[in-house]
Design a protein around this ligand. Structure first.
Ligand code: 13P
Length: 381
């Protein structure tokens, strides 16, 4: 197969599917011409440079085709020029052509060949939805004795498609759990100790939660980070001890307003996630759901637009593919949180990288059932 830049011959660029991908046939190939050249081979490009935004793209090519580049709408967080840059450093020959087109190399690339069957998109992978309700420091026994019965137990959803999890205060966990015992709604803690049992006044340990048959916890909520001074490293240790004890974790990340306005969203999310990547094994990501909660949208009524949320989720997924693995990127549920309500949830959930919500204020109201219904009714999966 010969490959050269030919801008008039464009192929659709897809992100890689994770399900069933046998990555054993991925390899570092510095020169595209030496890559496997079977009919309809798909080539994946993986940017490897810690200081650059990471990306991974795959394109279709039949043997003998010239490869050009088109960036489909599905591939967020990149531009045509970025792809030229990627290719440039993959092959000296293409490099020359791309230079003529006005791009220059910035990063080293890994070039991988995949079978046709593995074409697809991380975003298209079938992931169950998660709808989380974070009650924060709200609720009393009247609420605990009524809301689960009157709203949660009556919410209709397919539990194979949607996981519903509510996080009352620790004090109310047990009572809410009892109220929900004949339902498919799970309960979660809002936080967990980064330590084991011992002299840690005020902390509740991961194994105490599992002992109480609590299956979930949040970690890294922005209120913990900003009001209680939790560092990225603290959050990573909490996440690690939680998954080591068999808990599922909703790991919250997100940027402040100034960070978004100064174009640092990707950097902040990557920094917060990297601390967790450093602590977890690849397999432990199976217990982690990421909740992307831009801080400026939390409790403000100012929701991210569906496009802003989708773009950021796609960027997080691409980052995960690079930092952990394509399999983890494809399998990890990424929830949006920040002023989600019954009126805006349907527009948000329709985006392919949005796998559910972490809801604050509206999770204390009957409209939480509408948010669950929006996930249940969504047809993208
Ligand atoms: P709101 O839905 O009230 O904005 O809160 C979001 C949140 O912080 C969920 O964890």
């Amino acid at each position: 197969m010969t490959m050269s830049m030919n801008s008039s011959n464009n192929y659709k660029v897809n992100t890689v599917t994770q399900s069933g991908v046998d990555t054993s046939n991925w390899g570092v190939k510095q020169n595209m011409e030496t890559s496997a050249a079977s009919e309809n081979t798909i080539f994946g490009l993986n940017r490897h440079a810690s200081t650059q935004p990471r990306s991974k793209v795959v394109m279709n090519a039949a043997a003998g085709d010239d490869i050009g580049f088109s960036v489909s709408g599905e591939f967020a967080g990149s531009t045509k020029d970025d792809h030229f840059d990627d290719i440039v450093s993959a092959s000296p020959k293409v490099n020359k052509t791309a230079r003529r087109m006005g791009s220059k190399a910035r990063t080293r690339m890994i070039l991988a060949a995949l079978d046709k069957d593995h074409e697809g998109s991380w975003g298209d992978v079938d992931r169950n939805y998660v709808i989380g309700g974070n009650w924060k420091s709200n609720g009393d026994m009247d609420f605990v004795n009524s809301f689960p019965k009157e709203v949660l137990a009556k919410a209709e959803f397919d539990e194979k498609k949607v996981e519903v999890v509510v996080a009352p205060t620790d004090l109310h966990l047990n009572a809410v759990q009892k109220e929900l015992k004949d339902t498919h709604v799970h309960v979660s803690a809002q936080d967990v100790s980064q330590y084991g049992r011992g002299a840690y006044t005020g902390n509740i340990t991961a194994d105490q939660l599992t002992d109480m048959k609590i299956g979930w916890t949040l970690t890294g909520h922005s209120e913990r980070r900003t009001l209680f001074g939790e560092s990225d490293a603290d959050v990573a240790l909490k996440t690690k001890i939680a998954v080591e004890n068999g808990l599922n974790v909703m790991l919250c990340i997100g940027e402040q307003l100034e960070e978004r306005e100064s174009g640092k969203t990707g950097e902040v999310n990557a920094r917060q996630l990297q601390a967790v990547v450093d602590e977890l094994t690849e397999g432990q990501w199976g217990n982690v759901v990421i909740a992307y909660e831009p801080v400026w949208a939390i409790g403000t009524g100012k929701v991210a637009t569906p496009q802003q949320a989708q773009d950021t989720h796609a960027e997080i997924r691409a980052w995960l593919a690079d930092a952990v693995s394509p399999e983890v990127a494809g399998a990890t549920r990424i929830l949006y949180g920040g002023s989600v309500n019954g009126a805006n949830c349907a527009d948000l959930i329709g985006n392919k990288d949005i796998d559910g919500f972490l809801v604050g204020g509206a999770s204390l109201k009957p409209e939480f059932a509408d948010i669950i219904a929006a996930a249940h009714n969504d047809q993208k999966k």
